[in-house]
Structure formats: C-alpha cells, structure tokens
Design a protein around this ligand. Structure first.
Ligand code: ATP
Ligand code: MG
Length: 719
C-alpha cells in the first residue's frame, strides 16, 4: 500500500486519503483522475478495512469498467468479478435482478437491445395501421426513448407525430411489461422508481454503498445524476472525477450542469485540483489548450507536464484521401522500425465508416489492427449482399451467391421452391440457373415465371457490365434488383445505403487502378481481394493498431495518435456548424482526441476525397488552425486558398481570421413551415412534414424517402 501511494503526487494523494464526505476532482485530461479513483478503491479496502461489497464504482463504458477492474485487481489481488465496478446500466440490472418483483415484473426479466426496440416499435406502428414510411420506426423510437426519461417532452413534438407517439409509447410500455422485458432506459428509470417507492430498500442500499465513486462525471445525464443521489447515504461519501472539457455526450442527454448541481447539492464538498499531466508532452498539452480555450463559458485550467517539449504535431495534407491513408500506414511502419509496437498506435476518426479506407491499406501492408465499436466493413450484411450480386453476375453457377441473391430482397420465392429447384438441378446435373429453364418439370407456372424473371434480371445486369461505368452499374443493380426499395423498410437502411455508396467508391477507385483490364476481369480481381480480406479474423490480435471513433477513445491513451479526415464537414461535422452548442461539443471531441496522445500526434486531411460515391474538396479543419504554427509541422499538399468569409454569430473572430471557413458561410436561413415545397441539391424536390427547432423532416421521392435534416442546411432551398 505504501508503494501505491508513493506513486502519486501530493494532490493525488490528498484525493485518495480524503475518504469521508463529498470529494470532487474536476481536472484536465491525463491528470490521473482514473488512477486516483482506482487507487482510492484499493486504499479503502486495505487501509480502511472496508469490505469491497460496500464500495460502488461507476464508469461509462464496459471497456472502461473492465480496465478499472483490472487495475484494482493488479493492486489488491481481489477477484473483481464480485465487485460493484460497472457501468450505470449493469449496476441497475444487478439491482433490478434482485428486487424488480416489487414493481410487478418477474425476476427473469430480459433486457432488449436497440435493434429489438426498433423491431417492436415497428410492429406496433404496423398493427396500429400507421404508415411506417411517414412514421419511420427509427424516428418514433428515438422520440419514445427521450420520453422515457422525461415525458413532458411530448409537448415539443408536433402533430401528427405527437398523437401517434403518445399511442405508440403507451402500447410499447404495455408490451414490454406484459412480456417481462425492459429496455436500456428502463434499467435506469425502474431502478429510480424502485428506490423512490421503497424506503426500506433505499435505506438498504444507502447502508450498503458506503463509498460511491463516479468516473467521467461530466457525461452523466439527469437521470443518472438522480440515481446517484438516491444511492448516496447519510455519510455522503461520494467521490466524483471528471473534466468538463471532455463532455462529448450532450447529444445523448449528458448535462455538464451536473457538476454545478453537485456543488449545490453537496455544499461542503472538498475540491481537489490535479494539475500535473502525466500522459502527454508539453507540445500536446499546449495545443490542446489552444484549441479548448476557444470554447466560451469554461473555467480555464492550468495543466503542466514534466515530459518535456516533445516533437511537433504533424499536419499532413494529402492530395487525395488515398494519399492520406498511405501516409498513415507508412508512418506506422517507419515508427515500428524505430522500435514502436503496433499497440502504441491509434487511428481516431469522427465517422464510423472512415475505418474502411484504413482497413484496406493496413491489410495490404500487413499491419495488424483491431476495430472497436463496429464490424469490419467487408463483413457487413449489405456489403456481403452486394458482393453476392457481383459474384453471381460473373459466375452464373455460383450456387452460394445464387441462394443469397434470390432471397435478397424477398421476391416471393420461398424455401420450399428453392429446395425443389436444388434437388431437380442435382438430379439432372444442372446448375441452378440452368435448372430454372426446366423448372416447369417440377414447379408450378407462376413460380416458374418468378424464377425466370430473376434469371433474366441477372442476365440483364451481366449485359450492362461492359456498357456502364462502375458507378452507374452499381446504381443500375440497386434500382432494378429492388435492393434499395427493400432498404426503405430496414431500420438500418440509411446506414446500409451509405455503406453501399462507400462500396461504390471502392469500385470507382479500382476502375482507375486496373485501367487496362476488361470490366469482368477487374471485377474478378476485386472480388477475390474482398473475399480474402473478409476472411481475416481480427478478434485475436495481441499486438495491433487501434481503430476507433473519437467518442470511444475517451479515457484511453496511446503513444502515437493519428486523427484523420481533419476537414471542414468531416470534423467538425457539417451539421454541427450552425449551432454553437454542437460546434463546441465537436471542439471538446477534438480536445479529447488530442489529449489521448502521449508522444506523437499526427493530424491528417486530404485536399480531395470521395465520400459516398461523390468527390468533394474540403478545406482544412478549423481546429487545426487553432493550434499555433510553432507547434505544427506541416507536410504534404500545400493549399493557398483565400476565400472571403462572413462572420457567423457563434464563432470567435480569431478563428475566422485564421481559418478558411468557406463551408460555414454557406449556411442560409430557411423559413420553413409544414407543407412547404423545397428543393434539395441531392434529394431533389421534397415536401416539409414538420419543423422542430433547428431540424425539419422532409419527404423526398423514391429512393430517398423521409429525411430528418437541418432546416438551414445550404443544400435546401424553399420553392
Ligand atoms: P482522462 O481525462 O483522459 O480520463 P485521467 O485524468 O483519468 O485522464 P489517467 O488515465 O488516470 O488520467 O492517467 C493518465 C496517465 O498518467 C496514466 O498512464 C497513468 O498511469 C499516469 N499517471 C497518473 N498519475 C501518475 C503519477 N503520479 N505518476 C506517474 N504517472 C501517473
Ligand atoms: Mg480517466
């Protein structure tokens, strides 16, 4: 134990030793907040002889909870599986599993995930005869989820959604209850209900949890705050750590104000200031400070580090996105030659689908990697569906792809029919396409027509391969196969469609690379490449580069960090740029990313990139321009664009003077109302269904459907 405290600085020790009463350590990144929290648990157990069952530690992700358990295990040797170190959700599940009967549920209740919720909402909408093309299950679900935390918000919903949501909400709740199901929101709200309605039980937990510790407190929402308040007993031994500059979940209801609330609710709180950063070089720290200080209404912090000045931050700008990706991969290889290991690297991005470009090049260069939070691009269902189409087009006798394509989307050809066709083909030594021609020998007339239609469709696709560019070829298949139409009814349809567009980008890129080959040969190469890639298992990698979104990188640290796609519109996201609140949250995300770095930080961007099948030219992210030149080493394509700018109401003049924010200037004010006709530069003519705050819902014709968009987006103009 002595050893343990020896590793801490004086302030950190103070945070560990002040075990009684409310204690708050709101401090900058890398100052040892999480370290202090875990040391405190060890200290309570060893020095204060507190039974580990009387300690409750809460954090935000399962990964963070596991990390915390691991650290406690390392220092105490205790089997942490029995400890109350968990996320809010799993803590609640544990409490409910014991006592949910008080609320009328059975102990065997099951937790349903987000996909199940959408399915359930969809079936309720359908059964109630609501048009799910208008009342998109995904949108209804997100409203229902918000209402679960605060039903009064129903007043903000406009008709006709309001009435529909009211009914769906009621039925949804009944449905969950009757089937003994709880969703993620229930885990929190039911636990609150339990503790509020049952004094005895509340007292039990107040006495049980003598010490409560919460990490990443800046990201608690109001419901979580209430829950913590209910659990804290009379002794008020609550220890919170956090950093308001790292609050990045406002979009899910996190409320930075909870820190202020804490001060009010526990006026005798003890404040510990942690100012020494043990993670990053001073260059990294200075840069992070130069960025975050542009946010309004924050308490300035001083952070220092004894790790020296370190290397400059590199900003690499590629001519194309491919350049950018190559730079990252080659840099990793170069640094590995110098003694770094793959685990030292993280590639952090704003949008999930950015991983695709990197996966491809990392594989090519045989750099091991692991992706957090999403499935490998090539293993996604829609990509597998689409490659099955391409395979079948090239090899009409590919039975495996045949089976996938013929049922995707559904075309009224069922399992029984297919069984008969397969048996017939086998008996007569035919492939399935050939068997279709003679299907009338075993199948009825109408089903034979369906099969023939299918075959003709595939042959038609095949005939288009040489005529159309890959871009048009993909579109043609998507339209004529009914695939896009089917996506409209898929709750993940939007994302799937975007991924297919991303796939289109891969095809177009290859069209350039394999110029001398025939289209068919090109496709063969490409598909082979893809199948090799998708067979690679990434799960068991011991040493590998980490690929993750900026959001999931919270709390982690790496020797070398690459923050990629640093362009206006990509990061900060385009949609964040007309609200100060959202824009500042993007900046905090930037701060989180930069402060993950221990030694080397690379910020990369491209002059031209293809996104979702379209070429775009973005200016460099304004966040890079917020870093002083002397900390930056700029490499690659040099831009000298100087475009006029117009001051916007929320960006500080300083940034506008240094950044080339032409994208920001494009925002217009659209005075939209329900029933207005609009044109959208990409989706064409549309009809406004509703307007709520900054957002509006617009119906566009096939294949785009109903979209939720920013009212003032430059792509929209009123007719
Ligand atoms: P974040 O805000 O990113 O969550 P944090 O404040 O929780 O960061 P930690 O992750 O606890 O910071 O610590 C950052 C790094 O500093 C870790 O590698 C940790 O081991 C190290 N560290 C913390 N305190 C000390 C110390 N007193 N001496 C040496 N290293 C330390
Ligand atoms: Mg931490």
């Amino acid at each position: 134990m002595i050893n343990l405290l020896d590793n801490l600085n004086e302030r950190q020790r103070e945070a560990v030793l002040k075990t009684e009463g409310p204690v708050m350590a709101i401090a900058g990144a890398g100052s040892g907040k999480t370290s202090v929290l875990t040391t405190r648990i060890a200290y309570l157990i060893f020095e204060k002889n507190i039974n580990f069952q009387n300690i409750l530690a809460i954090t935000f992700t399962n990964k963070a909870a596991n990390e915390m358990k691991y650290r406690v295990h390392q220092t105490t040797g205790i089997n942490t599986s029995q400890m109350w170190i968990s996320t809010f959700h799993s803590m609640c599940a544990k409490i409910l599993r014991e006592h949910i009967e008080y609320l009328g549920y059975r102990k065997t209740f099951q937790i349903i995930d987000d996909d199940d919720v959408t399915q359930l909402i969809k079936s309720i909408l359908k059964k109630s005869n609501y048009d799910i093309k208008i009342y998109l299950p995904k949108i209804v679900k997100s409203i229902v989820q918000k209402l679960k935390f605060d039903y009064d918000l129903i007043e903000d919903v406009e008709e006709p959604f309001k009435s529909v949501v009211k009914i769906v909400f009621k039925k949804y709740q009944e449905n969950l209850f009757n089937n003994n199901l709880v969703d993620f929101e229930d885990l929190l709200t039911l636990t609150i209900k339990l503790l509020e309605s049952n004094d005895e039980l509340r007292k039990f937990y107040n006495e049980k949890f003598q010490y409560i510790l919460v990490d990443e407190f800046q990201d608690t929402n109001n419901v979580q705050y209430r829950l913590v308040s209910l659990l804290v007993g009379e002794n008020k031994n609550i220890f919170i750590v956090g950093d308001e500059d790292q609050s990045i979940y406002a979009f899910r209801g996190a409320n930075i104000e909870n820190i202020t609330k804490f001060k009010k609710d526990y006026p005798d709180f003890h404040l510990v200031l942690l100012e020494e950063n043990y993670r990053s070089t001073n260059t990294i720290l200075e840069a992070s400070n130069q960025i975050i200080k542009n946010n309004a209404n924050r308490i300035p912090k001083t952070l220092f580090s004894n790790l020296g000045k370190g290397e400059k931050i590199v900003h690499f700008k590629g001519v194309t996105a491919r350049d950018e990706v190559e730079f990252v991969a080659l840099k990793i290889l170069e640094l590995v030659r110098k003694g770094y290991v793959y685990n030292d690297f993280a590639i952090l991005y704003r949008a999930n689908n950015t991983s695709r470009m990197f996966e491809e090049v990392l594989m090519q260069k045989q750099i091991p990697y692991r992706i957090y939070g999403n499935t490998s691009f090539f293993k996604r269902r829609e990509i597998k569906d689409f490659t099955a189409y391409l395979r079948l087009i090239i090899n009409l006798d590919d039975a495996y792809s045949f089976m996938r394509v013929i049922t995707t989307p559904r075309r009224g050809i069922g399992a029984v029919t297919l069984d008969k066709l397969i048996n017939f083909a086998a008996a007569n030594n035919l492939d399935l396409m050939e068997a279709i021609d003679r299907a009338n020998e075993v199948l009825g007339k109408s089903i034979c027509t369906k099969l023939l239609d299918f075959k003709n469709m595939i042959l038609d696709f095949r005939s288009k391969l040489d005529i159309l560019s890959f871009n048009d070829f993909v579109d043609y298949i998507l339209q004529h196969s009914g695939y896009v139409k089917a996506l409209e009814n898929d709750e993940k349809g939007d994302v799937r469609y975007e991924n297919i567009l991303e796939f289109k980008t891969i095809l177009s890129e290859n069209e350039q690379i394999y110029k001398d080959l025939s289209k068919e040969e090109m496709l063969v190469y490409l598909l082979e490449d893809i199948s090799l890639k998708s067979e690679e298992s990434k799960e068991d990698i011991i040493d590998g580069v980490t690929l993750m979104t900026l959001h999931s990188a919270k709390g982690l640290e790496f020797r070398v960090v690459f923050m990629v796609t640093m362009e206006m519109g990509m990061f900060p996201l385009g949609r964040s740029m007309n609200s100060r609140k959202d824009f500042e949250e993007e900046r905090r995300l930037m701060y989180v990313g930069v402060t993950r770095t221990k030694e080397l930080l690379f910020l990369t961007s491209a002059n031209v990139r293809q996104t979702w099948g379209e070429t775009s030219q973005n200016t460099t992210s304004c966040f890079i321009n917020e870093i002083n030149d002397e900390l930056l080493d700029t490499k690659g394509y040099s831009e000298y664009v100087s475009k006029p700018y117009r001051e916007t109401n929320f960006l500080s003049k300083k940034i506008l003077n240094t950044a080339k924010l032409d994208n920001l200037n494009k925002y217009n004010k659209n005075d939209l109302n329900k029933g207005d006709k609009v044109t959208h530069s990409k989706f064409g003519l549309g009809l406004v269904i509703s307007v709520t705050g900054d957002n509006c819902i617009i119906a566009f014709p096939h294949p785009y459907g109903i979209k939720k968009l920013l009212k003032d987006h430059p792509a929209i103009s009123k007719k």
